[in-house]
Each structure stands twice: as C-alpha cells, then as structure tokens.
Design a protein around this ligand. Structure first.
Ligand SMILES: C[S@@+](CC[C@H](N)C(=O)[O-])C[C@H]1O[C@@H](n2cnc3c(N)ncnc32)[C@H](O)[C@@H]1O
Length: 236
C-alpha cells in the first residue's frame, strides 16, 4: 500500500495556504451530492471540508449545509472567503465531534478524506463517529481503485507533490467498511475529466437534482472503470 502523503494537522495548514483558492474552481462534487439527496434531507454537514467549496455551493443551491475541518488554516480561510457562511463553518476532529449531538445532521458527507488512512481500524472509527451524528444518510467519496489510468496519473503527480500520495479503493472495500454501521450502501461512480457524461451535463447547466439523479440511475455501474471517484451512500 502507498504511504499517505499529508498526515498531520500542520501539514494540512501549510497545504491549504497554497491550494485553497485553486480548489474553488472545481465544484462538481457539490452537484453530485445535491443529486443524491431527498426531500427529507434538510440539514447537511461536510466533514474534512478543506476548501469548503462544496458546502458553499450547496448553500447557494438553497440547502442548509455546514462545514468542518481540523485544519485551523482551512477554517480561517473559509470564514474569510465565505463571510455569509461564517456561523456554519467550524473546527472539528472527525474522530470525535465532541460538540455535536447524536443524529444532529440529516446527512453528512466527505470527499477525499478516507483516502488519507492506511489503517482500516481508523476508518471504522471515523465511520462510527460519522454514523453517530447522522440521521438519514452518510456519504463517503473516495478515489476510484477501478480506474487504472487515474491511479497512474496520481502516481506520477505524487513524485512532486505529497497531496497526491493517497489510497485508492475498490467498491467492495468501502461498502464493507460502511456496512459496519449502515443498514445498506449504494455506490455511484462519479467524475469524468470535467468534460464527459455527468460533468458535461454540469457544464451545460443540466445539473438539477432530477436531471443528474435520473442520469446516475440510468447509467448505474457502467462507467466504473473510467470514473475518478466512487460516491457511496450509507443508509442509517
Ligand atoms: C483532500 S482534503 C479534502 C478536500 C475537500 N473535500 C475539498 O473539497 O476541499 C482532506 C482534508 O481532511 C482534513 N482532515 C484530516 N484529518 C482530519 C481529521 N481527523 N478531522 C477532520 N479533518 C481532517 C484535512 O485538514 C484536509 O482538509
């Protein structure tokens, strides 16, 4: 297994100073999340939000979305960048959300977070804490271990930048981890080079919940090997 690149709070503080602005350019994941929500999903929390781009866009789409990260630099940059959302942005360690109550959020999600952990026992602890604070659905998005080209691309980039030294997952690995706390799990392969399939729909403004959800449900696992990420919904 590849060694994880950035694995300290200080490491992330330094990294966010250099990548926070650049990250705001790619908002696709917020649309994927919006597409898989239901009417009952009123309040949402983004965990390990980093650039807080998803929580910001989801609020623009009319949802009540909060965001948290353990990097104080990321939290401070987010508060400066999204002043109207300051009260919904807070510091928090995903292993222990000591200030959050059981089932406080209808939905919780994160993107590119579990890929930082080599040890499955640590991921199970994260899953338990996420399940504790969630009422309806916990969503987990990771880098797709079925996409060989994408793995090679990250391998190349990781020679110059620790940000790309991460773990990739196959679908059954995450499903098994989530089933330790969820009743059932569904997977959606997402991300097509910012150009094709659902990404093309987003570029063309066809990103309503209905349009994207219909597309995902029609295509199912057909694009498993050409998608950048796997988005899992765990039902609680
Ligand atoms: C790849 S980044 C996530 C990027 C984010 N999804 C986005 O769109 O900007 C991983 C994030 O996990 C955060 N992180 C790592 N360990 C954490 C922990 N124990 N609790 C909370 N956040 C953590 C890091 O600070 C970093 O912001």
């Amino acid at each position: 297994m590849k060694k994880i690149g950035i694995n300290t709070k200080q490491g992330w503080d330094e990294k966010w100073n250099s990548i926070f602005v650049h990250y705001q350019q790619d908002l696709r994941h917020a649309y994927y999340i919006n597409a898989v929500l239901d009417e009952e999903d009123k309040n949402i929390l983004e965990i390990a939000a980093g650039s807080f781009r998803d929580m910001s866009r989801l609020n623009e789409l009319g949802l009540d979305c909060w965001g948290t990260d353990y990097s104080e630099t990321a939290v401070n940059l987010a508060k400066q960048n999204f002043p109207s959302l300051q009260d919904k942005i807070f510091n928090g360690d995903a292993f222990n959300f000591s200030n959050l109550q059981d089932k406080q959020f209808d939905v919780t999600f994160h993107n590119g977070f579990w890929v930082l952990f080599e040890n499955d026992d640590e991921i199970k602890k994260l899953a338990q804490e996420q399940a504790r604070i969630t009422k309806n659905k916990m969503i987990v998005t990771v880098h797709n271990g079925h996409n060989k080209d994408f793995i090679r691309y990250f391998d190349e980039l990781s020679k110059e930048d620790d940000l790309y030294k991460i773990r990739f997952f196959k679908k059954d690995e995450i499903a098994d981890l989530m089933l330790s706390v969820c009743k059932s799990v569904t997977v959606y392969p997402v991300g097509k080079g910012k150009k094709y399939f659902e990404d093309q729909m987003i570029n063309e403004g066809k990103y309503s919940r209905k349009e994207l959800k219909e597309f995902f449900d029609k295509i199912k696992l057909k694009n498993l090997e050409i998608s950048e990420r796997l988005l899992f919904i765990g039902y609680l």
